[in-house]
Ligand binder design. Structure first.
Ligand code: ADP
Length: 635
């Protein structure tokens, strides 16, 4: 007998097993979908290899998945003649999770079962779902490269360890044998099994077979009857879903297919299915998930479509057909124009693939645009909350579709009194007064900081709507886009805030008059603050706040940007601020009336520090600030 090796599961696998047990109790039958999906993937992989090396199929050329139940032994077996696994592969694939970022994902679990169980959708269910119904899982597998005596037997009860040993298997492929828990014996019933399997396998292209008892008919004139016998009968129609006519596919079939390709256990939010003929012939079926995957912002994570050429599976995660900002889209692409022996390298520099990328991108954007118009508004709200920040990257990444992407972006705005991001640029423009030529926005550290920022006081007073942004990507994106439909984006924090015609002549004159009136004061403040400021001005943006600062680097680095760059270890030029004051504010009046130069300097520093705080720039010396405030309070 061969030696039995004991291995412990990777910690993350143990955590996943717990999570699955708590999440899937009302959806137990998904294990069948997952195991049938894995079997079909294993067959797809071998079929691909056999294109170039037909000899690998040997005497077992008909691909099929077989499912059988043994009521006496209480086992259910899912068997495929696909690629199989060697011992090393079984250890690598069935004892660890090979996705980067998995450990962090599990660290973020709250311990709240309801919340955590929703996260399983972000993760994908997979092989380990077998343990939800089985108290022992045995995998017997023989790789297409191995001889019969080099097969592997992998056994686990799902509690923390598994055992592997060598075994003999006469045919290629994998048998997954589930020893069902006592209360899961319904899965051994022929009818339950059949209805579940047909639900989960009708759309996959591999034949799925079950044993059927055949009763030979009694022939006339014959006394004895032939004995009953069993034979494998195909129970699915084994036609790849995307090859069917959309009018012949039900919603449920689309949803099932999504779950098959994504390993998500929730329904998708929406999908688009297109057969295209003409200079290019292809079919695409793309889905938007309901929930962002846990690794959405990990750029190295695999994404992309499942690629088929003439209905033959070629590869998973073909990212050449989806731009990075649509990396959350799942689906299949079946091309008639790519060669069957296409590789990732060929795809990179292939004319057909770049045309397909263009076409798929357009279709995906149209699908999202349709979702935005759906009567059920909650769908787009869900979409936006999950994928909005990724979609924004497209404004920079995809110049060609910039306007289409802009139409899909949603903002928070001063038109609402909450942080909901539900204002489109079309909404904003439709509300613009005639005199307004530009689109005004602010990027701050949080919704509250943006909504109550001193920089937007005057615009608010004038009834000018300001888009409020605070997401990490906003600053970067807004620095790279300059206009939408001939309307310029204006950052209200910029040094030369151009209010255009929104500022009438009288206001301009008043502003100039105020500057003249306060000329001495401005100079006195500048002298008191010395090198810390490059200029002191009368502000046109302040109403309720005494002061604000404008960074004098032509908007190169806003406070947010500076923090990001400094955190990444970059050395930036010393900040030079323009201090803007509001001469109508009581504090400025008080400061102006201060005769004692020492106390005057204190007031000036207070006003500058407050402005820096309001702009979230932070203070170089917070303790000195506290001392200063206290001395003035007691003063
Ligand atoms: P996923 O399918 O999402 O990669 P799973 O946990 O379902 O995750 O499976 C892990 C891995 O185990 C698969 O990627 C595959 O390499 C291997 N595997 C599972 N089932 C089979 C099978 N029937 N035949 C060959 N390999 C399999």
């Amino acid at each position: 007998m061969s030696e039995v090796e004991k291995h412990g599961f990777q910690t993350e696998v143990k955590q996943l097993l717990n999570l699955l047990a708590n999440s899937l109790y009302s959806n137990k039958d998904v294990f069948l979908r997952e195991l049938v999906s894995n079997a079909s993937d294993a067959i797809d992989k071998l079929r691909f290899i056999s294109l170039e090396h037909p000899e690998v199929l040997g005497d077992d050329p008909e691909f099929r998945i077989r499912i059988s139940a043994d009521k006496d032994a209480k086992t259910l077996t899912i068997s495929d003649n696909g690629i199989g696994m060697t011992k090393d592969e079984a250890i690598a694939h069935l004892g660890t999770i090979a996705k980067s970022g998995t450990a962090e994902f599990f660290k973020n679990l709250t311990g709240d079962q309801v919340k955590d169980s929703q996260l399983i959708g972000q993760f994908g269910v997979g092989f380990y779902s077998a343990f939800v119904v089985a108290d022992k899982v045995t995998v017997v597998s023989r790789s297409y490269k191995s001889e019969a005596q080099d097969a592997v037997c992998w056994v686990s009860d799902g509690s923390g360890e598994y055992e592997v040993s060598s075994t003999t298997k006469s045919s290629r492929g994998t048998d997954i044998i589930l020893s069902l828990r006592d209360d899961e014996s319904e899965f051994l019933e022929d009818w339950t099994l059949r209805s579940n399997i047909s639900k989960y396998s009708d759309h996959i292209s591999v034949p799925v077979q079950m044993l059927e008892t055949v009763k030979p008919e009694k022939k006339e004139g014959e006394d004895s009857q032939e004995a009953e016998y069993t034979e494998w009968k195909q129970i699915n129609d084994a036609k790849a879903l995307w090859t069917k006519n959309p009018s012949e596919i039900t919603e449920d079939e689309y949803k099932e297919f999504y779950k098959h390709i994504s390993h998500d256990y929730e329904d998708p939010l929406t999908w688009t299915h297109n057969h295209v003929e003409g200079s290019q012939e292809y079919t695409s079926l793309m889905y938007v998930p309901k929930r962002a995957p846990f690794d959405l912002f990990n750029r190295e994570q695999k994404h992309g479509l499942k690629l088929y050429v003439q209905r033959v599976f070629i590869m998973d995660d073909a990212d050449q057909f989806m731009p990075g900002y649509l990396r959350f889209i799942k689906g299949v692409l079946d091309s008639n124009d790519l060669p069957l022996n296409v590789s990732r390298e060929i795809l990179q520099s292939n004319k057909v693939s770049s045309q397909l990328k263009k076409a798929c991108t357009k279709k995906a954007l149209q699908m999202i645009a349709k979702l935005a118009k759906d009567e059920d508004k909650s769908k787009y709200t869900t979409f936006w909350s999950q994928f909005g920040n990724v979609l924004k990257e497209g404004l920079v990444e995809d110049y060609e579709n910039r306007d289409e992407i802009f139409d899909l972006i949603r903002f928070a705005s001063t038109a609402n009194d909450n942080s909901e991001q539900n204002v489109s640029l079309a909404d904003y423009i439709s509300r613009m007064p005639e005199k307004q030529k530009n689109i005004y926005y602010i990027v701050a550290e949080s919704y509250n900081a943006a909504a109550s920022s001193p920089y937007i006081e005057n615009l608010k007073k004038k009834g000018v709507e300001v888009l409020l942004m605070w997401e990490r990507v906003d600053e970067w994106v807004m620095n790279q886009v300059s206009e939408y439909k001939e309307k310029k984006f204006i950052n209200v924090c910029s040094s030369d805030l151009d209010l255009g015609e929104l500022e009438d002549k009288a206001e301009k004159e008043e502003q100039e008059a105020k500057t003249n009136e306060n000329k001495d004061l401005l100079e006195r403040i500048k002298n008191a603050l010395g090198e810390s400021v490059s200029e002191v001005k009368v502000s046109s943006r302040l109403v309720d706040t005494p002061s604000c600062v404008i960074c004098n680097d032509n908007g190169m680095f806003t406070a947010q940007m500076r923090k990001l760059l400094e955190a990444s270890g970059q050395k930036l030029p010393e900040e030079k601020y323009v201090l803007e004051i509001n001469p109508d504010h009581e504090i400025i009046k008080k400061l102006s009336a201060e005769a004692d130069e020492g106390r005057f300097k204190n007031w000036c520093e207070l006003v500058l520090d407050q402005a820096l705080l309001a702009d979230q720039r932070g203070l170089k010396d917070p303790v000195a600030y506290i001392k200063l405030v206290n001395s003035l309070l007691l003063g």
